[in-house]
Design a binder for this molecule. Sequence first.
Ligand SMILES: [Zn+2]
Ligand SMILES: [Zn+2]
Length: 183
Amino acid sequence: MLLLIFWDSSAPAGLGLPVSRMVSELTGTEVRVCPSPVILNGYVGSRHQTDARAVIDSIDLLKHRQSLTSPVLLFCGTDLFIGESSSVFGLARPLTGSAVVSMARLCNSYYGRDDNDDDLLDRMVKEGAHEVGHLLGLDHCCDPACIMHNPITLDDLDRKRKSFCPACREQVAIRSFRVDTIV
Ligand SMILES: [Zn+2]
Ligand SMILES: [Zn+2]
């Protein structure tokens, strides 16, 4: 089974292919990237943010309408929140195979630092692979260097390596979407 990566027009177009390729390598999953057909519902004007759960609902609705059975990971540039949280880097709904990653707070410029494409690419890959890990059924990991560690701050995210710890890597290998094609 393929992982579909939906690339919203609010995310930097040039990073779609490298991010997808690296997420594919890290998770052992076949990936296809395409412009996102999802309309991003859930914008809350008073917060200047979008409800991540509403975005996942929109992905689920599109998958239902188009009878898509593949898991979907959407990248967008819109700042996301859930409930009372100030913001989230991403969200996954393993039950329906839908996930979203926002690059709004992955840019150096958001924190008053000089922008750097390599930093942004690194963070998008880590967050993308993290959400794919959730779609594969993995929970958060206590190893601060593992992709499945839950980052609260940008520094937490930068401390993570672009790899799974041995225990998580084993789970990814067992549960990888690629397994489905062997049956
Ligand atoms: Zn997580
Ligand atoms: Zn781990």
